[in-house]
Design a protein around this ligand. Structure first.
Ligand code: PLP
Length: 418
């Protein structure tokens, strides 16, 4: 496997951050985020585009503010995310709630009356909305019956997925719409990660069919799931390549039905994954004999990045010598600091131990893990083994490093125990 290199930091910066903020520590690059925002905003579209940031990817308020300042709307996945965004001043009418667990009627009324939009993801949710807001407009998430997640666990479409209203239940949807006198404003699908233009074409085709069935539809939301290359042997989704045929489909829809539909996309990964690095320190190096492996142990683990143990996901790992980089290389297995055999950072795609070629490492050297901007800090098995939440630092456009989340203390870990 190819030797990976640093993505946006340089050697001097890595050492400086480690000394100033301690390790482990997450670093996010503002200028990298801005580049991804521009790319998303240039997604081909015929009649207007709204880009929503799936805030579950990384909900730090400083990241959300960058999104807000650059015209990005939000996809919230729980009532708590909605409240978190409102708290920092995100305008309610820029937030769409698409959640597995709906808020109770009281909370639902509170946020919808402020302007938050609600995306009904099940028949039960549609009924809940209808009861509380009869004679209004609604947004509906459908499961179009196909999925394309790059692993089983990220597949959110098809019959094995519980997300959205199953496409065969249109009559049930129509009955509820009639019962509460609701008009469909937005149809929504989100079926999982992928970069294949053919899959996106199919997603757009199925989603546009819902827009045809519900003639009051104004907005078609195709969700997120744009795969990005974290490792150098992977391929990122090309927005122009997958977007152009989608744009054509919207034009054909207009020619056939006389309705200009607005396009909405909801990237999480694509906006932030490759804008984050995790700097850790090597705390031990052990081996299991002549026919065994050499293990590098880090002072971070699944409590900061759960993706490898959850999905068998791969992240670039780069050894940075404390003073200088050695010119020798070695095959290593890299493990996290949790007492858990699954806390393993060098796995084959899908989850089996493998070795990685790295610069020869010594205890005390740094390891930078790349591609950790999305679904790491926000999705970790936090506080496992009572390790504190990892701090976060923003590399601002002006080149300055700013702490945007402190390291958690032991007192904070146990503060709710009674
Ligand atoms: C998670 C999620 C997204 C973002 O998915 P990515 O793979 O991060 O792009 C978008 N929409 C919905 C409804 C989601 O649940």
């Amino acid at each position: 496997m190819k030797l990976e290199s640093l993505r946006f930091l340089n050697l001097v910066q890595v050492r400086k951050i480690a000394e100033e903020f301690g390790t482990p520590v997450f670093i996010y690059s503002e200028s990298e985020i801005l580049k991804r925002i521009e790319a998303a905003k240039s997604f081909p579209n015929a009649y207007g585009l709204i880009v929503r940031y799936a805030m579950k990817a990384n909900p730090n308020s400083n990241i959300l503010k960058i999104m807000l300042q650059n015209g990005i709307f939000l996809d919230a996945s729980s009532i708590y995310e909605v409240e978190r965004a409102l708290k920092i001043g995100y305008p309610a009418n820029k937030i769409l709630l698409t959640s597995q667990e709906p808020p109770n009627s009281e909370k639902l009324k509170e946020i919808v009356n402020q302007g938050v939009e609600f995306n009904a993801c099940s028949l039960h949710q549609l009924e809940l909305y209808g009861k509380n807001f009869p004679n209004t407009e609604i947004s509906i998430r459908f499961n179009p019956g196909l999925g394309s997640g790059h692993t089983k666990k990220t597949d959110v479409g098809g019959k094995e997925s519980s997300f959205g209203i199953w496409h065969e239940f249109i009559d049930k949807v129509k009955n509820l719409l009639q019962k509460y006198n609701l008009n469909v404003k937005r149809v929504h699908t989100h079926i999982g990660s992928g970069s294949d233009p053919e899959v996106w074409k199919a997603v757009a085709k199925y989603t546009l069919e819902f827009a045809e069935i519900f003639p009051t539809t104004q907005i078609v939301n195709l969700g997120g799931g744009y795969k990005v290359a974290r490792m150098s042997d992977e391929k990122s989704t090309d927005f122009q390549l997958i977007g152009e045929p989608v744009k054509q489909q919207f034009i054909e829809f207009f020619e056939k039905h006389g309705r200009k539909l607005q396009l909405e996309i909801e990237p999480g990964t694509a906006l932030i994954a490759n804008c984050g690095s995790l700097i850790s320190e090597i705390v031990d190096i052990v081996n299991t004999g002549e026919n065994g492996y050499t293990f590098v142990k880090l002072n971070t683990g699944m409590d900061a990045n759960t993706r490898p143990s959850l999905y068998g996901a791969r992240h670039p790992l780069v050894v940075i010598g404390r003073n200088e980089n050695q010119n020798h290389f070695q095959e290593y297995v890299v493990v996290g600091h949790c007492c858990e055999s699954g806390d393993l950072f060098t796995q084959k795609m899908g989850g089996e131990l493998e070795t990685r070629l790295l610069h020869k490492a010594e205890i005390g050297d740094y390891i930078v893990m790349e591609g950790v901007g999305a679904y790491c800090s926000g999705m970790s098995t936090k506080n496992y083994n009572s390790f504190p939440e990892t701090p976060e630092v923003l590399l601002e456009q002006n080149g300055k490093f700013r702490l945007i989340r402190k390291r958690q203390t032991l007192d904070q870990i146990i503060q709710n125990e009674v």
